[in-house]
Design a protein around this ligand. Structure first.
Ligand code: PXP
Length: 244
C-alpha cells in the first residue's frame, strides 16, 4: 500500500488571504485523517505565505496520524523543526518569488550544509527526506549525507503528462528516470516518496512505480474539495493511488 500524505497548505492560503482564523488548518487535517490520509503535510515557508509557525505546533498536538514538515535547510526553520519534532521532515529548495517549489534540491552541491541539517534532525528522532529530481547522482548524494528517504519531484512528470501526453518522448523519458530512481533508491536503502503536481488523472500511472511508499499531494486535492468537500476529495485520491 502506498501511503497518502495530504498537503493542507492551501487551506492556510485561503485563511491568509484575509488573515482570519477560518478555514481552520487543524479542522481540515482532521477531516483528511478521517477520510483516509496517512500523513498530514505542511510546508513552513520562510516568507510564511500560508502555513504559520503556530499551525505546525497545533498540528503536532492535534493530529493522530503522522506530521510531515516540508522546509528549507535554513537555521531559522531548522530551529522550529527541532522544537516541534515532526515525524518526518522533507528538505526542499526555496526561492522567495516562486509560486510553488520549482525543481529539486541540489544535494550534490550542498552536501556539507545538508549533512549537518540531517544530523541535527535525526538526533531528535525525525526521519529526513530530500526533495530531488529523479537523478542517480543526487540519490547517491542523499545516501552519502545520511538521509532516510528521498521524495522525487514529479513536477516534470505532471507537466509532460498534461502538455505532451503519455505517448510523448518527453513523458516516456521522464518516467524512465523515475523508474531508474526507484531502483537506485531501493539499492541504497532509501525510502521512496513522490510528490508535486500529482492529480486525479496522472496518479494512476505513477502508482505503478515499484517500491513507492508515499505520495504527498496538495493542490489537486484542495482544488477538488471546493466542489466535492474535503472528505470526498481525499477518499477519491486514496482509492486511486492503490489501483495502479
Ligand atoms: N511534496 C513537496 C516536497 C512539495 O514541496 C509540495 C508542494 O508544496 C508537494 C509535495 C505537493 O505538491 P502539490 O501541491 O502540487 O500537490
Amino acid at each position: 500500500m502506498i501511503k497518502l500524505g495530504v498537503n493542507v497548505d492551501h487551506i492556510a492560503t485561503i485563511r491568509q488571504a484575509r488573515k482570519d482564523t477560518i478555514p481552520s488548518v487543524i479542522d481540515a487535517a482532521l477531516i483528511c485523517e478521517k477520510a483516509g490520509a496517512d500523513i498530514i503535510t505542511v510546508h513552513l515557508r520562510e516568507d510564511r505565505r500560508h502555513i504559520q509557525d503556530s499551525d505546525v505546533y497545533d498540528l503536532k498536538k492535534s493530529i493522530k496520524t503522522k506530521l510531515n514538515l516540508e522546509m528549507s535547510a535554513t537555521d531559522e526553520i531548522i530551529k522550529v523543526a527541532l522544537n516541534v519534532k515532526p515525524d518526518f521532515v522533507c528538505i526542499v529548495p526555496e526561492k522567495r518569488q516562486e509560486l510553488t517549489t520549482e525543481g529539486g534540491l541540489d544535494v550534490k552541491k550542498n552536501k556539507k550544509i545538508l549533512a549537518n541539517c540531517v544530523e541535527k534532525l535525526k538526533k531528535v528522532g525525525v526521519l529526513v527526506s530530500m526533495f530531488i529530481e529523479a537523478d542517480t547522482e543526487q540519490i547517491l548524494a542523499c545516501s552519502q549525507i545520511g538521509a532516510d528517504a528521498i521524495e522525487i519531484h514529479t513536477g516534470r512528470y505532471a507537466k509532460f503528462y498534461k502538455e505532451d501526453g503519455r505517448s510523448s518522448s518527453n513523458f516516456k523519458e521522464e518516467f524512465k528516470k523515475i523508474l531508474q530512481a526507484s531502483q537506485v533508491a531501493t539499492k541504497n536503502k532509501l525510502l521512496l516518496k513522490a510528490g508535486h503536481g500529482l492529480d486525479y488523472g496522472n496518479i494512476k500511472h505513477i502508482s505503478k512505480v515499484p517500491n513507492l511508499k508515499e505520495f504527498n499531494i496538495g493542490f489537486s486535492i484542495i482544488a477538488k474539495s471546493v466542489f466535492t468537500g474535503l472528505r470526498t476529495a481525499v477518499k477519491d485520491m486514496k482509492k486511486l493511488i492503490n489501483k495502479g
